[in-house]
Write a protein that binds this ligand. Structure first.
Ligand code: LRH
Ligand code: MN
Ligand code: MN
Length: 390
């Protein structure tokens, strides 16, 4: 016998769900072998924002856009912010970038040379200034630092310098701003990475203070890692700041979230809810971090936010009373069935109805395809230089 909540019982909890879009998802991207150009690709930060706003218009799910500095560097961030608002979205997380400068070949915040460390710290100060102008809450730091060969670097010295650099950056933040540290187990460094895992990220942010938290990028773990366990633990410790959602088959593939493993996304979202990381009272930010190499970019982002919404609805459907009763009774398969009943529930028709009630297209993918926006940008965005994701 299956235990199941109905969609009507959870519909209200879908209100206000927000998934931030990365500006770089709209630029051309590829692998280290080839970047493919696509017709209609933005040539300016404004065009990226216009595309992100289009995703929001068709889905109601993506009210903010994350910027990456210097990829999205402009002279006037207040004007950019006003531009975004005119298009119905806001500027969100500011991502720093210390991975494309020759000076950072052997590290940035961890570099042995204090001058190079200061240059990287100054870049973060610049990002904090941008946050002041855009009204952004989060400074997201992902570091490409590490080494390729055993013996190449002093692992401990680098960790100590990282702590000092982060603390200097943290001290510069305003009272309402957060430092969000993202970990990644390898790449571009292959032997060791300075922030490889949630434990290291946790240790570093815990030393900083309450406004320092961890970003969990779903593509940044070794294959087979139980990511929902990490979600649970970071929430339990009060340190889960945000998600970079994407999906992967092999490494940091940056594919559409929920494409490779919808069940994993469901399990993650269930733990998010279990730990209080979902809803208006929560500070956990949902964001995409993806690239669209061979598929169209705007539909790629629309598909992604819909996938998150769909698995959110399914995770909300878990009958937690029945689940806990079965867990407490030691009913292994009964508990498992309650969980799987929710996962296997097809909510697509209910979500289509929910969208219509909210003045949104029932099928955003189709509505976008029929809207003429793609043809319009392909025709109008000629000349100039298409932006690449990096
Ligand atoms: C690193 C990463 C990080 C960067 C983004 C472009 O792999 O996930 O979040 O900022 O890619
Ligand atoms: Mn990321
Ligand atoms: Mn990544």
């Amino acid at each position: 016998m299956s235990s199941q909540k109905g969609f009507a019982a959870i519909a209200a909890r879908l209100e206000g769900q927000a998934i931030e879009l990365p500006s770089w998802a709209f630029g051309n991207s590829g692998t280290r072998f080839k970047v493919f150009a696509t017709a209609g690709t933005p040539r300016s930060v404004e065009e990226k924002i216009a595309d992100a706003a289009t995703v929001h218009r068709f889905t109601g799910l993506a009210p903010t856009v994350a910027l990456h500095i210097p990829w999205d560097k402009v002279d006037d961030y207040a004007a950019l912010s006003a531009y975004a608002q005119d298009h119905g979205v806001r500027l969100g997380t500011i991502n720093s970038n210390t991975f494309q400068d020759d000076d950072y070949k052997f590290g940035a915040l961890t570099h042995v040379d204090a001058k190079v460390r200061q240059k990287a710290i100054d870049h973060h100060f610049e990002c904090i200034d941008v946050m002041g102008a855009t009204g952004s809450r989060d400074l997201k730091i992902w570091l490409a630092e590490g080494s390729n060969y055993p013996g190449q670097a002093d692992l401990r010295g680098r960790q100590d310098r990282l702590g000092e650099s982060l603390s200097t950056i943290y001290d510069r933040l305003g009272d309402d701003q957060r430092l969000v540290l993202e970990y990644k187990f390898f790449e571009p460094a292959f032997y060791h990475t300075d922030v490889p895992d949630w434990g290291t990220a946790y240790a570093q942010v815990a030393a900083l203070g309450d406004r320092a938290v961890v970003c969990l990028d779903t593509g940044h773990h070794a294959p087979g890692t139980n990511i929902e366990f990490i979600v649970m633990q970071l929430l339990r410790l009060g340190k889960l700041g945000s998600f970079d959602f994407n999906s992967r088959f092999y490494a940091d593939d940056d594919l559409i979230v929920g494409a490779a493993d919808p069940f994993q996304l469901f399990r993650i979202l269930f733990e998010v809810m279990r730990g209080g990381g979902y809803g208006p009272e929560s500070d956990v930010a949902f964001m995409l971090d993806q690239c669209h190499n061979v598929e169209e970019k705007i539909p790629g982002q629309i598909r992604s936010v819909l996938n998150v919404q769909e698995m959110t609805a399914r995770a909300l459907l878990v009958d937690t009373d029945a689940l806990h009763a079965a867990q407490d009774a030691g009913d292994v398969l009964g508990a498992h069935q309650v969980f799987m009943d929710a996962f296997y529930t097809d909510v697509r028709a209910d979500l289509a109805g929910w969208r219509e009630e909210h003045g949104l297209p029932a099928d955003p993918m189709r509505a976008y395809a029929e809207s003429g926006y793609q043809a319009e940008i392909e025709a109008s965005r000629v000349g100039g230089t298409q932006l690449s994701w990096n």
